[in-house]
Ligand binder design. Structure first.
Ligand SMILES: Nc1ncnc2c1ncn2[C@@H]1O[C@H](COP(=O)(O)OP(=O)(O)OP(=O)(O)O)[C@@H](O)[C@H]1O
Length: 644
C-alpha cells in the first residue's frame, strides 16, 4: 500500500510508548488504529491522546489526507511544510508543544475549514494577509499560545468559531471578529474595540511598535470599497482618525478617488454594452418590463371585437375554481419578465394591471395531441390543490398557442438556493430549511400520487428547478403532469434525475420513477452537488450520459465507510445534525434503488422524513392560507372525475 511506508516511518519516530501496536506492514493501513481510507488512500488520521512526540514530517506526503487530528500529544518544534496536503479540510493540533512561527504553509490549504492550533507554544505575528486567504474557514482557534502583534486586518466572513485569548495580541479588533464574545479576546496584550472597550489614543500608541503599527492596515487604507472601512472608523475615536491623517490620509484620499473613478468608468462601459445588446436583440421575448412578451404570438394582432386574430383561431381562457378571473387581454397587457426557459417552453412573470402577479408558461411545440386531450389533462391538473403544490390557475388553448397560468412563487427555486451564487457573498442554505423543503416537497409529491388512485398520476419531471419556494418559505412542487406532452427533446434522456429504467430502456414514467427522481433531489439537498451537470471536481464523480450520477457517486463513497464525505461542506457549520443527515441519506438511497420494486412508496417517504425531526418540519400554520388560490384542497373523486 503506497501509504504504508510514510505511516510506519511516522510511528517509528513518534510512538515511543508503542501505543499504535497494530500498525504493521502485514495489514493494510486502512485497518490501523486511527486511520481511515477513501478510495484505498489514507484520508483520515485521528490520533488524539496517544502520547506521541517528535515531528509530523512523515505525514506530509499523504496527499489524500482530509482530516488530521493529533490533539493531546507531545509533538514539538515547528510544523513541517504542509502545502502538499492540499485536500486537507480539518486540522486539529491543539494541546501539544509545537513552537515557532505561525505555520504559513497551512494558509495554502484552500479547502481547510477548521484550524485549531490552540494550547501550543507558537509565537510571533499572525500573517493576517495570508490567513485571509482561507476563505472557507469556519473555525480558527489560536488561544493559549504566544502570538503577538495585531489582528486588525483579519477578514474571514464565514468564521463561526474564533478564539485568540491567552496571547500577546495588541491593537484594534476588526469588525469581522467583533461578533465573537469577550472571552475570545481575553488575556492578551492590549486589544481594544468591540466586543472589548473602545480603542483610545494610548492603545494606538502602545501598539505602534509592532510590525503592523497602525490599526489602519495597508490593505484597508487604500480600499475604495466601503465594506473594508468600518473596521477602522468603527474602532477609532475621531481623535485617532485625525492622528492617522497627514501624509497617509492624503494618499488614501487619492487612492479612493482613483478607485471610485475606475468603478464609475466600468459601470458606464457595462451600461453602454447592456443597452447596445438589448437594441440588437431579435424579437421582444427577452426584454424585461415590456408590456407584451408574447408579441411573436398570434395575439400581437388580436382585435378584441372579433373572434379571429389576423387569421388565427381565437382560443379560450379557462379558469379553475377559486382562481381570480382576468381576460386574455389583461395578460397581454401585463408587464412581463422572462423567468427562464425549460424543456416545455418559456416561463414569464406577469404583473397584471390590478397588481395581481402570475407565472405564465408558454408551451412550445409539444406532443399535445388534440384540444380535447389537452383540456382533459388540464382539468386533472387544475383540480390539484395542496399547500405544497404550485396551483394551476388557468390555461389557454389555441391551435398555435398554449399558455398555462400558475400562482407566482416569489422566493425562487431550490436549484438557485442550493447552487446559486456559490462564492464569498453566498447565504448558506441551513439544515433546518433543507429538511423543511424535503418534507414539503415529499408532501406535494404524495398528494399528486394519491390524488387519483385509478389514474396513478405522476409528476414526471421532479428536479430542483421545479421545487419553488413560496412567500412563507414552504416548498411547492411545480410543473406536474406535463411530462405526458413531452417530445424526445423536451426532457433529455439523462438529466441526472431520470430513473435508470426510464433513461436506458425508454420505459414510461411511473410513480416509482418519480420516487427515484425525488431520491436524487434529496441527495442534491444533502451533498450540495448538482445532478444535471458534469462534476469536474475531485475525479470522484461517476457519470452517465455526460451528467453526474449522484446516487452512484454517493454509494461509492458510503461503501468506503466515509459517509461524512458526501455531505455539503456548507452543512459542516451546524452542530448535532449528523444523525438527521445520515437518516435523510438512508431515505434518499432507498428511493434511488436501481430496482423500482425496492423503492418505497411516497407515503412512507413522507413519514420517514417527518420522523427525522417531528413537528418542526411540518408546514407552518399559515401555509394553508398562503395559497394564492382561495379554493381548498379537492378530494380524490373530484380530481379523477374530469378525466374519466
Ligand atoms: N410559478 C412560478 N413562480 C415562480 N417561478 C417559476 C414558476 N414556474 C417556473 N418558475 C421558474 O421559471 C424558470 C423556468 O421554469 P420552467 O419550468 O419553464 O423550466 P425548468 O424548470 O428549468 O425546466 P422544465 O421545463 O424541464 O421544468 C425556472 O427558474 C423556474 O423555477
Amino acid at each position: 500500500h503506497p501509504d504504508t511506508p510514510p505511516l510506519l516511518a511516522f510511528k517509528s519516530s513518534t510512538d515511543v510508548t508503542n501505543s499504535l501496536d497494530n500498525w504493521n506492514s502485514s495489514t493494510t493501513p486502512c485497518t490501523w488504529t486511527g486511520i481511515s481510507c477513501l478510495n484505498n488512500r489514507v484520508s483520515r488520521v485521528v490520533l488524539e491522546g496517544f502520547q506521541l512526540s517528535g515531528s509530523l514530517q512523515n505525514l506530509t506526503i499523504l496527499k489524500e489526507l482530509r482530516v488530521l487530528s493529533l490533539k493531546y500529544n507531545h509533538f514539538s518544534g515547528s510544523l513541517p511544510n504542509f502545502s502538499n496536503l492540499s485536500a486537507l479540510k480539518l486540522l486539529f493540533l491543539s494541546h501539544n508543544e509545537f513552537s515557532g512561527k505561525f505555520p504559513e504553509s497551512v494558509t495554502k490549504l484552500n479547502k481547510l475549514y477548521r484550524l485549531d492550533l490552540s494550547h501550543n507554544r507558537f509565537s510571533g505575528d499572525i500573517p493576517v494577509e495570508l490567513v485571509n486567504r482561507l476563505t472557507h474557514l469556519l473555525t480558527l482557534r489560536l488561544e493559549e499560545n504566544a502570538f503577538s502583534g495585531e489582528i486588525s486586518g483579519v477578514n474571514l466572513v464565514n468564521l463561526q468559531e474564533f478564539n485568540a485569548s491567552g496571547n500577546r495580541l495588541v491593537g484594534a479588533i476588526p469588525f469581522s471578529l467583533s461578533r465573537f464574545p469577550v472571552s475570545a479576546f481575553g488575556k492578551n496584550g492590549d486589544l481594544c474595540g468591540s466586543p472589548l472597550p473602545k480603542c483610545t489614543m494610548t492603545d494606538v500608541n502602545s501598539s505602534s511598535g509592532g510590525a503592523m503599527a497602525s490599526p489602519l492596515s495597508p490593505a484597508t487604507t487604500i480600499a475604495s470599497s466601503p465594506s473594508s472601512l468600518p473596521v477602522n472608523t468603527h474602532n477609532l475615536s475621531p481623535k485617532n482618525s485625525r492622528r492617522g491623517g497627514g501624509k497617509m490620509s492624503s494618499l488614501a484620499i487619492i487612492a479612493i478617488i482613483l478607485g471610485d473613478l475606475l468603478v464609475l468608468t466600468v459601470v458606464c462601459i457595462l451600461l453602454y454594452c447592456f443597452f447596445c445588446t438589448r437594441k440588437n436583440l431579435n424579437g421582444s421575448e427577452f426584454r424585461e418590463g415590456e408590456k407584451i412578451v408574447y408579441s411573436s404570438s398570434p395575439y400581437g394582432s388580436y382585435h378584441p371585437n372579433t373572434s379571429q386574430t389576423g387569421g388565427f383561431e381565437r382560443g379560450k381562457m379557462v379558469f379553475f375554481e377559486g382562481a381570480k378571473r382576468f381576460e386574455l387581454e389583461d395578460l397581454l397587457r401585463a408587464s412581463a419578465e422572462m423567468l427562464g426557459k425549460g424543456g416545455f417552453g418559456t416561463a414569464y412573470k406577469a404583473v397584471l394591471d390590478d397588481g395581481n402577479v402570475v407565472a405564465v408558461k408558454r408551451l412550445k411545440e409539444l406532443n399535445v395531441g388534440g384540444k380535447r386531450e389537452f383540456e382533459q389533462q388540464m382539468e386533472v391538473l387544475g383540480r390539484l390543490r395542496h399547500p405544497n403544490l404550485v396551483g394551476l390557475k388557468a390555461y389557454y388553448f389555441a391551435s398555435d398557442e398554449k399558455l398555462l397560468v400558475y400562482d407566482f412563487m416569489s422566493n425562487g427555486n431550490l436549484f438557485w438556493l442550493l447552487h446559486g451564487n456559490r462564492g464569498p457573498g453566498r447565504t448558506p442554505l441551513d439544515w433546518t430549511t433543507r429538511l423543511k423543503i424535503a418534507a414539503g416537497a415529499a408532501r406535494g409529491l404524495a398528494f399528486i400520487h394519491n390524488s387519483c388512485k385509478s389514474l396513478k398520476l405522476t409528476h414526471g419531471n421532479i428536479k430542483s428547478t421545479n421545487i419553488l419556494i413560496d412567500k412563507s418559505g414552504n416548498a411547492r412542487v411545480s410543473d406536474f403532469g406535463l411530462a405526458i406532452f413531452a417530445t424526445p427533446s423536451s426532457i433529455p434522456k439523462t438529466n441526472g434525475y431520470r430513473a435508470p429504467e426510464v433513461a436506458l430502456d425508454g420505459r414510461k414514467i411511473t410513480q416509482k420513477s418519480d420516487i427515484y427522481s425525488f431520491g436524487v433531489l434529496l441527495l442534491e439537498l444533502l451533498t450540495g452537488k448538482c445532478p444535471s451537470v458534469v462534476d469536474n471536481g475531485g475525479g470522484l464523480a461517476t457519470t452517465y450520459g455526460g451528467v453526474l450520477d449522484l446516487p452512484r457517486w454517493v454509494q461509492s463513497v458510503v461503501r468506503e465507510e466515509w459517509t461524512a464525505e458526501v455531505f455539503d461542506l456548507e452543512l459542516m457549520r451546524y452542530k448535532d445534525i449528523e444523525e438527521e443527515m445520515v437518516g435523510l441519506l438512508q431515505i434518499a438511497m432507498a428511493c434511488t434503488s436501481t430496482s423500482p420494486d425496492q423503492r418505497p412508496k411516497v407515503n412512507y417517504v413522507v413519514k420517514m422524513i417527518e420522523e427525522l425531526r417531528g413537528v418542526e418540519v411540518s408546514p407552518s400554520p399559515d401555509t394553508a392560507t398562503d395559497s394564492v388560490s382561495d379554493s381548498p384542497a379537492v378530494s380524490e373523486d373530484n380530481t379523477c372525475g374530469a378525466s374519466q
